[in-house]
Design a protein around this ligand. Structure first.
Ligand SMILES: [Zn+2]
Ligand SMILES: [Zn+2]
Length: 62
């Protein structure tokens, strides 16, 4: 059964399934935010970066 990201995007393929290093949430490629070669979900990235203003664009690479 395919997972679904918080944003509503179906995660159809296992290799697209990115897990947040911080909370373990599944993220689609759009929502996953790469920091230092590891992936975080949008929520954790905002917390780590100290900003709630990342918007809804993505993907993000810092
Ligand atoms: Zn997270
Ligand atoms: Zn998503």
């Amino acid at each position: 059964m395919a997972g679904r990201c918080d944003c509503g995007t179906p995660i159809r393929y296992p290799f697209y399934r990115l897990a947040c290093l911080e909370c373990g949430a599944n993220c689609c490629p759009v929502c996953a935010i790469a920091l230092e070669s590891v992936s975080y979900c949008r929520r954790c990235a905002e917390t780590l970066l100290g900003t709630g203003d990342l918007g809804n664009g993505g993907p993000y690479h810092f």
